[in-house]
Ligand binder design. Structure first.
Ligand SMILES: NC(=O)c1ccc[n+]([C@@H]2O[C@H](COP(=O)([O-])OP(=O)(O)OC[C@H]3O[C@@H](n4cnc5c(N)ncnc54)[C@H](OP(=O)(O)O)[C@@H]3O)[C@@H](O)[C@H]2O)c1
Length: 274
């Protein structure tokens, strides 16, 4: 395996997302185990992960930062200020800090670290666990195209990557970050609809999942407007229009729009929520 451009690689907070990242990067041959180190909050968690995964647990967040070229900050938003407090004053020249903490702005990290550190903010989502994730990345004030390229390479094995302006990151959180939960709710309801009309649960689940997957793929691969694709399924006086009328009466569309807006508003406040 060749370590191409991530250099010495450290993850502060090797939780679910952190593990997903190293798994993807290792499979894509971007990382060698010997170049990887990590921290967790609890020493016993770190000892177990080091043993299970065969990777080095750093002695502290400071030690990890000093010994890494690319550092991923993967702790919960409410733990970020403690971590950056520990890192303050360290030499960040030539390093790239990639933060996946929801709602934490690059400017907050730059100010807290008190240096011209190159910061990339990223927002992945959980389908990354099966290689079908959606990650948005944006650059802080001191990050270069090379830093963005490194971040893109890191998230690419986990699905699609979009580069956005930072002002859109809370909206990204409200849509693709939280979105899998909205779709699971829809999948559960579609499955129960199938059960209500007599389908066995296993079959109803398969039909719902493949229908959502297929509709999303149609949208991506044809590049057509969803309304045009919907019209194609909707025969005059057929069955689909009866289903659509129910969805309109149940206010599905406005409810989903409001869900994205509410989650975006919440994302704006998350890092200060303690
Ligand atoms: N999961 C998602 O859907 C998702 C999607 C996009 C973005 N994110 C973001 O990804 C980040 C991580 O989420 P997650 O789901 O992976 O969380 P997680 O599984 O709870 O992992 C958090 C990790 O941070 C460690 N940690 C906490 N305080 C620390 C400290 N002071 N120093 C070092 N490590 C510390 C924890 O260690 P212990 O285990 O010892 O407590 C744990 O390993 C969050 O900021 C979240 O906003 C998550």
């Amino acid at each position: 395996m060749k370590n191409n451009n991530l250099g010495k690689f450290g993850i502060i907070g090797l939780g679910r997302m952190g593990r997903c990242l190293i798994e993807g990067a290792s499979k894509a041959a971007l990382l060698r185990k010997e170049d990887l180190s990590f921290t967790t909050r609890h020493a016993e968690t770190a000892a177990k992960l080091a043993k299970d995964l065969g990777i080095r647990a750093a002695a502290s967040n400071r030690e990890l930062f000093e010994s890494s070229d690319t550092i991923v900050l993967a702790v919960k938003p409410q733990n970020v200020s403690d971590v950056v407090g520990e890192l303050k004053g360290l030499n960040s020249k030539g390093k790239t800090l990639i933060s996946i903490a929801a709602s934490v702005r690059t400017e907050q990290l730059e100010q807290a670290l008190g240096s011209k550190v190159a910061v990339i903010r990223a927002m992945p989502n959980t389908p990354a666990f099966v290689g079908a994730g959606m990650t948005a990345i944006c650059a802080g004030a001191h990050a270069s195209q090379g830093d963005l390229d490194r971040a893109r390479a890191l998230f690419a094995p986990l699905g699609r990557v979009a580069q956005v302006d930072e002002r859109h990151m809370d909206a990204v959180t409200g849509l693709s970050g939280c979105g899998p939960a909205y779709i699971y709710l829809i999948l559960d309801a579609l499955t129960e609809g199938g059960i209500k009309v007599g389908l066995p649960r296993e079959l109803a689940t398969e039909l719902s999942a493949q229908t959502v997957l297929g509709a999303a793929k149609m949208l991506q691969e044809t590049g057509r407007h969803p309304a045009a694709l919907k019209d194609e399924v909707t025969t005059p006086a057929g069955c689909t229009i009866d289903g659509l009328v129910e969805l309109e009466e149940g206010k599905l569309r406005i409810t989903l729009i409001k869900a994205v807006v509410a989650a975006t508003e919440r994302a704006k406040t998350l890092s200060g929520s303690g």
